[in-house]
Unconditional design. Structure first.
Length: 115
């Protein structure tokens, strides 16, 4: 059974940093692309970043230079380091994996940056 569990969200002041974690299980972790998405209140869910099993990364344009995605295949965990946070980064952040059986999402972790 595939499970994806995010953690690490919270309240952070503008300009601050947070590191999100996503612990996954139930599939061959190192074989699959892992992605972070986010959804702000009243807006559509959007891709933040993705990372392949071998560490190649892609970022949404607005996150480049501030966010860093990484993974530890030995721990079945993917991370999202977020620096220079802004009020517009406030959202629920989700981890996703798409396997041959389908797409799986975590329950999300809330990041709040007050304006």
């Amino acid at each position: 059974q595939v499970q994806v569990v995010e953690s690490g969200g919270g309240l952070v002041q503008p300009g601050g940093s947070l590191r999100l974690s996503c612990q996954a299980s139930g599939f061959s972790f190192s074989s699959y692309v892992m992605s972070w998405y986010r959804q702000a209140l009243g807006k559509e869910r959007e891709l933040v970043a993705r990372i392949t099993g071998t560490g190649s990364t892609n970022y949404a344009e607005s996150m480049k230079g501030r966010f860093t995605i990484s993974r530890d295949n030995a721990k079945n965990t993917v991370y999202l380091q977020m620096n220079s946070l802004k009020a517009e980064d406030t959202a629920m952040y989700y981890c996703r994996v798409t396997t041959i059986k389908g797409a799986y999402w975590g329950q999300g972790t809330q990041v709040t940056v007050p304006s």
